[in-house]
Each structure stands twice: as C-alpha cells, then as structure tokens.
Design a protein around this ligand. Structure first.
Ligand SMILES: Cc1cc2nc3c(=O)[nH]c(=O)nc-3n(C[C@H](O)[C@H](O)[C@H](O)COP(=O)(O)OP(=O)(O)OC[C@H]3O[C@@H](n4cnc5c(N)ncnc54)[C@H](O)[C@@H]3O)c2cc1C
Length: 274
C-alpha cells in the first residue's frame, strides 16, 4: 500500500543524521502492508551490498540483516551441517507467498519482533547473536533470545541498525527437532518449539516461540526428564507470557508448547525417559 506520510526515501549507503520519523527499510513486506502514520522517511538498506551469508573459519555462519528468506533457504539446502534441515523448516514456517519470500529479510523479521517470526525461532534456537550498530558507529552484540523482548518489542535504540546475526558453528552441529502448529492449514504459527542436542557435551536446549510473546530458550546441562522439563517451562513462562491474538488462545498455545516440548525431548534423547 502507499505510505502517504513518507516524504523521502534515502539510500543507507550515504549516512545522514537520524531524525524522528525515520525507519530502516528492509524488504518492506511489513512496512508496506499497513499504514505507518509515524514514518516520514525510509532509509533503504537494499543496496548495502552485504554478502547475504558468510561462513567463518570457526564454522560459524554470519547472516546479513539484508539476507532474504529465499537466499537463506537456498543456503540451508546446500549446508553440510547436522542442523541444516532446521533452516528449511523455519523458512517454511514463514507461511507467505513467493513474493514475500523473495523480498522479506532476516533482519526485518527479527526487528518486526512478531511472536510468529520464524527467523526469530531459527536464530534463537541456534543461540544466534545479533550485531547491532548505533548511529555513532559503535557496535554491540546481544543474543537473539534477549534481543526480542515482547510482541513487536526489541532491544533496539532509535536509529540503531541490526547488521547481522551470527550462528555459532557448534550450534550447527547439534541434532535438532522441530514442531509447529497453526490453527488452520498454511496459517501463521501459533506454537513453534525447537530442541537442539549438543553432541559435544550432551546438553539440551528447548526454545519456545510463537506460543509466547518472546522467545524462551531453556538450556539443560543434561537432558531433563519429562517432569523436570515441564516444571522448567512453567516456572520460566509466566501466565502473561503466553501470546493472545486471533491465531490462538493462550491456553491452547500453552498446551501445544508443553506437548511439543515433550515430543522434542523424546525425539532427541535415546529412550525419551529419564
Ligand atoms: C502475506 C504476509 C504474510 C506474513 N507472514 C508472516 C509470518 O508468518 N511471520 C512473520 O513474522 N511475519 C510475517 N509477515 C510480516 C513480514 O513480512 C515479516 O515480518 C518480514 O520478515 C519482515 O521483513 P522485511 O525485510 O520485509 O521488513 P520491513 O517491512 O522492511 O521492516 C520491518 C521492521 O523492521 C525494521 N527493520 C528492517 N530491517 C532492519 C534492520 N536491519 N535494522 C533495524 N531495523 C530494521 C523496519 O524499520 C520495520 O520496523 C507477513 C507479511 C505478509 C504481507
């Protein structure tokens, strides 16, 4: 749709002082999908020329904020890592048309901060770390699980830019299990749970997204038993943390998240019983 309060679109390669009413433009799939009366100027990231995906010597993968869902999906299908299937599973949890797939960026998905943000699910579960750049050029790093602080809320100062997300090489060697539910076929995720089992030390992480207003990543030095896992989720996720919107009632989301968490625990542990 037309954003009729926007009076200027600027190329982010030529920095200018940040002004109230400025907004970074990723793929624009959210920004142009509903009125944005507070936005006066868009700062377009699409010509930054950032390499979409870079594999570092330590095995970590750095995903540029401007990497599209389509580019990430292609990369995931060629990635020789145990966790590679999770990339495609999360891209497919983005229940959108090919137009959205080819325009929407990983950075835009994280910065939108929707509970059903599948790139949030993927990068939080793999213990990803955001690289953020302030207007004065200073940089800081924050884990994805801490970056998204609520539905549509993130740890981002005015004018601060998400530059990339780095997924540690060790996370990519984890065995993974994925469960997702929507209220209707091809609907937005109402609950999405990912388990990762670290082959080095045998630790298990269970990450809950979509059911909750923000990601919850629970880490266990050793895989917990059924009761321990349930108790950990119930103590970490408060009543008001279960998300409530048209895509699912909080009680249903809580039920599905607990159910899926137990399923991924069973899938990733030898006998599923401790
Ligand atoms: C049909 C349809 C289906 C959709 N389905 C889903 C879905 O299943 N799950 C979901 O999460 N979303 C969904 N969306 C919403 C949206 O498409 C996604 O969240 C998408 O990932 C946003 O990415 P983008 O690059 O287009 O972001 P944009 O629209 O460009 O930006 C989104 C927000 O992030 C900010 N931003 C963008 N990049 C950066 C950056 N690098 N640093 C700082 N801030 C930045 C923008 O200023 C804006 O506030 C859907 C939208 C449509 C139209």
């Amino acid at each position: 749709m037309d954003l009729n309060t926007v009076v200027d679109v600027r190329d982010a390669r030529r920095p200018e002082p940040w002004r109230p009413g400025d907004a970074w433009l990723g793929g624009g799939t959210y920004l142009f999908s509903e009125p944005q009366p507070h936005i006066k100027r868009l700062v377009d990231l699409s010509r930054m020329g950032w390499e979409p995906l870079r594999t570092h010597a330590d095995g970590s993968v750095e995903v540029a904020a401007t990497c599209t869902i389509a580019q990430l999906s292609r990369f995931g299908r060629t990635l020789a890592a145990t966790a590679a299937p999770l990339v495609e599973q999360c891209c497919r949890a983005f229940l959108a048309s090919f137009k959205i797939w080819n325009m929407a960026t990983v950075g835009g998905n994280l910065c939108n901060g929707l509970p059903a943000g599948p790139m949030i699910s993927l990068t939080a579960a793999l213990d990803g770390v955001c690289l953020l750049q302030a207007q004065d050029g200073s940089r800081r790093r924050v884990k994805v699980a801490d970056f998204v602080t609520g539905a549509g809320r993130k740890d981002l100062a005015p004018g601060e830019l998400l530059r990339s997300v780095t997924i540690p090489g060790r996370s990519l060697e984890c065995r993974t299990a994925f469960r997702q539910a929507s209220l209707y076929g091809l609907g937005r995720s109402g609950a999405l749970v990912i388990g990762t089992l670290d082959p080095v030390d045998g630790s298990l992480a269970v990450t809950i997204t979509a059911a909750t207003t923000r990601p919850f990543r629970l880490w266990f030095a050793l895989p917990p038993g059924r009761g321990e896992l349930r108790a950990a989720i119930e103590s970490a996720v408060g009543d008001s943390d279960w998300f409530d919107d048209i895509h699912g009632l909080p009680r249903w989301r809580r039920h599905m998240a607990l159910h899926f968490a137990e399923q991924v625990r069973q899938e990733l542990t030898r006998d599923g019983v401790r």
